[in-house]
Design a protein around this ligand. Sequence first.
Ligand code: URA
Length: 242
Amino acid sequence: MEGKKERLDRILVLNHIGSRKEAGKLIRSGQVTVNGQMVRRPEEKADPDRDRICVKGEALPGGRYLYLMMNKPAGVLSAARDPRAQTVVDLLPGRWQRPGIFPAGRLDKDTTGFLVLTDDGEFAHRMLSPKSHVDKVYLAQLDRPVDGEDQRQFAQGMDLGDFVSLPAKMEPAAPDGCTARVTLHEGKFHQVKRMFEKCGKQVVALKRIQIGIVNLDENLAAGEARELTKEERDQLFLHDFC
Ligand code: URA
């Protein structure tokens, strides 16, 4: 739907504002604006990607799909729904709890930081595809300082039994060496923890701070989310090292 005009009432329905009838009522009653202008005809067309559409003064997310950056807290599952545990989708405000919204990628329950949530299946598939090599950057706290030999092992790629990791970058991020910044081109299950374990170190806390070249927004408190901009969505697929 990028760059395509749609009827205004249909755009409201796609954004889960209400039924077609309810959307028409809202529009006719003057509660909907397009680029600051009140529009009173439900059949009027707008481009949800380019036009700023507001309902009762609140802007709709641009486009059909929702793309969110969350600062995941510890203790919450990276899943859409779970009968027993709280999930990242449970943390979203009601207006974003759309059918089909799910995390594009997983962080362990105890891992914190940058998680993308979307209802755009194709986008999520592209992000998760091993072919995309989307970079992920983590800050790991360790029980012991890292050394040059650990860095060499990360840079070489490690045989972890069920797979051999791609070369990864690891560098100390604090003078005591017990915090390290790790950049991976892939995202296998427990990968950071397993790579450090192979070096004889335990990860005591792990936070994802960057995907592609997009940094986790420091203004997001744990559990909060905000929409990704179009530019950020593209930057998720860019690399800043080879
Ligand atoms: N690597 C891990 O070990 N855990 C995560 O949650 C993410 C990457």
